[in-house]
Design a protein around this ligand. Sequence first.
Ligand code: DLL
Length: 433
Amino acid sequence: MIFDEEFETLPREALEALQLKRLQQVAERVYHTVGFYRNAFDEAGVTPDDIKTLDDIRRLPFTTKKDLQDNYPFGLFAVPMGNVIRLHASSGTTGKPTVVGYTKRDIDTWSVLMARSFVASGLTRNDIIHNAYGYGLFTGGLGAHYGAERLGASVIPMSGGSTKKQILILQDFGPTAICCTPSYALYLAEQGEEMGVDMKSLRLRVGILGAEPWSEQMREEIEERLGITALDIYGLSEIIGPGVAIECKEGRSGLHVFEDHFIVEAINPATGSPVKNGEIGELVFTTLTKEAFPLIRYRTRDLSKLVRTPCRCGRTLTRMARVSGRSDDMLIIRGVNVFPSQIESVLLGIEGLEPHYQLIVEREGTLDTLEIRVEVSEKIFSDQVRGLQQIERRITKDIKDYLGVTAAVKLVEAKTLERFEGKAQRVIDKRRI
Ligand code: DLL
């Protein structure tokens, strides 16, 4: 089933014609309503009339997180405040949050995108959706909520936290789908098991998980422990919130980007030029239909690659591969580039390790050090010291072999590392403090 059959399966030519028309409109609109864009376009020597083909998007300047911060809080809004009916914000690692606004029509567009996402994951109006994304300034909670209502499903507005109560509701209300971060899905599994609940016998069958990077191994673990199909959903507040892209249940290889509303590009973060087809680059999005807070060529810092081969599901939309990390999450350890997701893949490939880990980076003198703390299953922890040492050596070797860095490994008892209700924070970089 496809929610918006017409727009999600448009022949590429028609889709691109629609994108061009909408791009011309949005460029025209921001040029005349947002001082920041007028200046940026003027500086780049480009006017909206210069957009004659889709490739001409490259003539437009990029927008960055810093531009949003410089115009904090409402400087990039393209409509009067009277037309804005909702505000959300995402907190960055530094400084003030990024504020985003929505008109009534924007909320409507977003709800449709989330309804599309749910249908792509195999849900219908007969499903009960347990929504454990946080409600509030974070876009996850309300975004999924409105989408579930638009679909006509029954939504349980759980929000994050109160994990034991969540388990109770999962048992008693019998939701068939769950929305939360992948790390929280694992935490729920763990808490449920601890409470003696057979998490696999719940009615849950689908997880719509996102808001943070996760690996294929993590997916397997979640699917196994909760007895569900786990699908990846991507989005960011600046662009609209969740529902920018989603994996379909038929393909499960790459997330369909809703290209009738967004243009996606993958660029080389160092040069700003497009990467070759199928190469990893930084994702850049342009919103085509947003009214309150349109964004032109927004640099996300998220790394992924675009897949343009047809998908089994019939959608003609370009897919993005699962996000492999953020360009600003990349750890440079003694000159070697390492992404936390790569370490996760190595760890989860080793038997006896739990999917909970922490990476601690420090500097001793002029040398960077990496310590990996990872939980081991209870059974192994109570084993002989020799067994533990063997696992430590194996991790050190695999990390060295696959990633080329030397790490100190510390195995810790199960359930001792911090758990997260929202996005997990696994990297502690003491070098910056
Ligand atoms: O995380 C929106 C969202 C809510 C997406 C619920 C999916 C589900 P922000 O708080 O603005 O918005 O954070 C956006 O989170 O730039 C990525 O770095 C990361 N991110 C989001 N989804 C994924 C994903 C929401 N599926 C930032 N895989 C983005 C990897 C993701 N990273």
